[in-house]
Design a binder for this molecule. Structure first.
Ligand SMILES: [Ca+2]
Ligand SMILES: [Ca+2]
Ligand SMILES: [Ca+2]
Length: 338
């Protein structure tokens, strides 16, 4: 009677554990949350200044430069731009202007996927006239610059040009800090084949596409509970196939295994004598010592892996084995209670 109650308890514990173990295993198997790209939307600058050295007339957009920090509401102008007829972005005879303080702060550790610069610009035109704007970016307050990107030939009506793309990082890997107001700069240079052209700029804005750092995959599972949970079933299952005989060894092995934590030696003898009508006592003795050495390394190896990710095939195999063991135990106990 007392014996039966104890077995009933063990059986219930086993059922509860098996009911819980899929969660433990498949939590470990679950893929890390996918990182999603985020876009900042086109942002306006809050500050602008002309480049006043080695830059044509050295006054950039000398008329209403701050109007280029908003879409609509007035526009910046560079009248009779430049002192050379070169179309090279780095030419010293070209007027250029810096735009900055875009407020592009992104989460620490994010990867910058792409940067887009939008310029709404036009020029005064003229017979055979050719004009473009070229854009460069700086990540260190204007000391170093990316390679330039050029607009198509400007027309005499306001046109929106987007340089770069959500997947174009302008030839470099950006750190999140590179986008801080302290560091990030946009430089617009006006190029024309004549020195008497007027450039107009309604908006110079920037959009960043970035991927935030994925939340740590290790954070989901506390290590201690997993080790205790997975250790028990694995040892039971590894013990089962070893003896080679179809059913009896596993049935005998399970009570011996599970009894150990609750009480000392009493049950081991009873289980051996009651459980087996045939010469199973030998098999039981073989199973018990073998289970101990296999258990420790197998359990440790498998416990360590969930953090780094269990092989999905192994997880499935474990589940199947657990279910088989549960069925066997149920059958065994049922026959015991009769
Ligand atoms: Ca100028
Ligand atoms: Ca506009
Ligand atoms: Ca404007």
């Amino acid at each position: 009677m007392h014996e039966q109650t104890r077995r009933m308890l063990l059986f219930l514990i086993l059922i509860v554990f098996i009911g819980h173990s899929p969660t433990v295993i498949f939590q470990g198997l679950g893929p890390a949350p996918a990182a999603m790209a985020t876009t900042s939307g086109f942002q306006s600058c809050s500050a602008t200044t002309p480049v006043s050295v080695n830059s044509g007339d050295n006054d950039g957009f000398q008329v209403n430069p701050a109007d280029a920090c908003a879409d609509g509401g007035g526009f910046a102008q560079d009248i009779d731009s430049g002192s050379s007829t070169s179309m090279a972005c780095g030419d010293l005879g070209k007027d250029r202007q810096l735009f900055y303080d875009y407020g592009l702060a992104i989460p620490s550790g994010s990867a910058v996927d792409g940067i887009e610069v939008r310029v709404d610009g036009w020029f005064d035109g003229g017979l055979g006239a050719l004009a473009r704007m070229c854009i460069e970016l700086s990540w260190d307050g204007g000391t170093t610059w990316t390679a330039a990107k050029f607009t198509p030939a400007l027309t005499t009506v306001e046109t929106t040009y987007i340089l770069g793309s959500p997947a174009d990082s302008w030839g470099r890997v950006w750190a999140d800090n590179d986008l801080l107001d302290l560091n990030f700069r946009v430089r617009v240079t006006n190029l024309a084949t004549d020195v008497d052209h007027d450039f107009s700029l309604d908006w110079a804005s920037v959009q960043v596409t970035y991927t935030a750092e994925a939340p740590g995959a290790t954070a989901t599972l506390p290590p201690a509970p997993i080790s205790t949970a997975t250790a028990t079933p694995i040892s039971t299952t590894t013990a089962t196939p070893t003896p080679g005989a179809p059913h009896t060894p596993s049935l005998a092995a399970i009570p011996t295994e599970t009894v150990t934590p609750s009480s000392t030696g009493t049950l081991t003898t009873t289980a051996t004598s009651t459980a087996t009508p045939t010469p199973e006592s030998t098999l039981t003795r073989k199973a018990t010592p073998r289970a101990t050495p296999t258990r420790t390394p197998a359990a440790k190896g498998l416990v360590a892996s969930p953090a780094s990710g269990i092989d999905p095939a192994l997880g499935t195999a474990l589940m199947v084995l657990l279910l088989c063991v549960a069925a066997l135990v149920a059958t065994y106990l049922k026959s015991e209670w009769r």
